[in-house]
Ligand binder design. Sequence first.
Ligand code: AMP
Length: 402
Amino acid sequence: MTASRVLVLNSGSSSVKYQLLDMSDSSRLAAGLVERIGEQTSRLKHTCLTTGDTREHTGPIADHEAALKAVAEELGRDGLGLDSPELAAIGHRVVHGGMFFTEPTVVDDEVIAEIERLIPVAPLHNPANLTGIRTARALRPDLPQVAVFDTAFHTTMPESAARYAIDPKIADRHRIRRYGFHGTSHAYVSRETARLLGRAPQDVNVIVLHLGNGASASAVRGGRCVDTSMGLTPLEGLVMGTRSGDLDPAVIFHLARVGGMSMDEIDTLLNKRSGLFGLCGDNDMREIRRRIDESDEEAALAFDIYIHRLKKYIGAYYAVLGTVDAVVFTAGVGENAAPVREAAAAGLEGLGLAVDPELNAVRADVARLISPKDARVAVAVVPTDEELEIATQTYALVGKNN
Ligand code: AMP
């Protein structure tokens, strides 16, 4: 029997998201989420996608090991257990791969050590990702575990885009450079956009706008990333749900010296209490649009600031690429918020960009064009699928050995 199943694990500090896919036809067999690991009120929600059965448990799940064991048990109840000979590999989302990991990598002790060395540049994410890897390895030591890095797609950026204008010796000593994130999404969506245009990825230039609670833009030339808006950390770039995105670095000195805030307080302010939430108290675009419909000025200004930044990046990446074949919207806001897409493209006709209001208003969960037929630049909506991309990359690495 050919092993064609891949379990995708996305381990956060107190949660594990998972999907089991069958790569013979890219179908989804099961999906779920364990939340609030380590608390009394942990919750596991599991759905078997072949039967549509959903099961939910609430109660203490002490740690990631207990969480993965619970997931394995649920999968086992559906006849999809981790001990199945059909399971080919486990694919792990790893947020930070630094400059070292440019592609998906089969995990061994050396890979774990390198992911560990990157903890100083990803203190929130890499430890949780490693816990998931270690736990899965302990459960199935014989099974290939593959790390798929959020940063990998961006390692093709030229030095001119990846370096900050600071002393390279200091930058290198502290591994300070622009790494970029959401890479599996940018990779998947830029490829799917080429497919939508009926062209090969190497023949198209695409600006990808991944607008979710976290948000990032990328400039992709012929399938390779040449610039992206997130930097050393996911704080740089676009206005996000709770992150400020770009600001003058001197704001931080000012908050410390004049505002009397500690570094931890500033970190929390910029990462957790800024962006749309900081501007108007809401980070959900649905709520912001509802408030705008009721003439709420605070929400309207937050929306305008969000759109202004987005437009600046579209213009910047147009200049970086020289010629652009498509601008594509993806993730929660990009896929669902027609007013964001309309406002982002408004006034950019001179760049060949336009949105057809009727096509833009259609709600659908498939890749589609929303630009007028004769537009010079295609504008598209492409639903992202990071789990499928992680499974595809994992299977490409290990599946051929089956
Ligand atoms: P993500 O991080 O990709 O899961 O995106 C989550 C964000 O998508 C939410 O915080 C909302 O702002 C946004 N979102 C989800 N559904 C909609 C919708 N129907 N209309 C507008 N925004 C939405």
